[in-house]
Design a protein around this ligand. Sequence first.
Ligand code: C5P
Length: 230
Amino acid sequence: MRNPVPVITVDGPSGVGKGTLCQWLALRLGWHLLDSGALYRLTALAALHRGLALTDEAAVAAVAAALDVAFLPGVDEMRILLDGAEVGAVLRSETTGDAASRVAVLPAVRAALLQRQRDFRRPPGLIADGRDMGTVVFPEAGLKLFLTASAAERAQRRYKQLIEKGMDANLAGLAEEIAARDARDAQRTVAPLRPAADAELLDTTGMPIARVCDWALTLAARRLSIPVIP
Ligand code: C5P
């Protein structure tokens, strides 16, 4: 049966502003939010906590299938608990992002996380943030957005984000890490990073986030017939 709960998918490479746009859209529309990258990050962290090699596909997939996580509303952003303990800043670090992109190449891990991601689809609607939201997880979504931005600008944005969170960051190192992660995400055989054929593309280089949000909201209003006050 067709799922009547509307979905907006937002895909694109690291540091492109998907997170900011998705949080804004979810708040603006009063919809649920799926941060699928967090699930890959949590899987990698849980595997590392258990002393597993990130290449051990069967073992990491078992960890993904049994992931004990809770997403709780926080003051500024979501609080995330893994095995009952708050993961906080370590989850957002580039080291964890890198580990996430290593487990994300494993087909059994992606399969183990598929239903968990689809379960986020609850009324009144879902904003899904990731790499394969429009191509694999919600191929029937009513609106699919795909953001891009120059590599230099994405490294800058990620740098600013990490510094604002009080984390250590080095711009040159970050640019290299982002490039390596993008290459791994785009070249993997399962669910590689690419826009769905019916996705709306936007190059956000040099664009203030408010304009990106306006663009997305205008499309949402038009495509999904959502009554939105401008
Ligand atoms: O978006 P975020 O930086 O949190 O994602 C971390 C990593 O998780 C990505 O680099 C990618 O390898 C993986 N990922 C994925 N599919 C998604 C979301 C994230 O493969 N839908």
